[in-house]
Design a protein around this ligand. Sequence first.
Ligand code: MG
Length: 159
Amino acid sequence: MDIRVGCGYDVHALAEGLRLVLCGVEVPHTKGCVAHSDGDVAIHAICDALLGALALGDIGKLFPDSDAKYKGIDSTLLLNEVVELIRSKGYSINNIDCTIAMQRPKLRPYIDTMRARLAEVMGIAVERVSIKATTTEHLGFEGREEGVSATAVVLLIEA
Ligand code: MG
């Protein structure tokens, strides 16, 4: 049995008046992510972790931001496509662990909704999806509320 680990990282700048979408869930805030897609930084990190586990490149290779069809796209559609690709290669997702770093707003009230949404999109049990949030104690670009970052680790098992 083959097991694979993958890690992903993504960053988006924040700007006033944009929607903030994290893990497929809209979070009420005055700022949102600047992006070609919906700017779901957490899903982008998870996609890169999944792709990385099987050395399939990265999200920018699969869904180039030069392609107009991805403009404003719901990132859950991208995640669904990546999961289908992983399954087509004969692997299943054992678990995912993702950390979102942003200073504000507090994400705790949305975490369980995010986990449920991701579990639904990926077709796995919610117990296998961990989403965590941290501030950076006002340090760095996240702390200055200029941007948001996300890291993700996944474990895949050969089905
Ligand atoms: Mg991104």
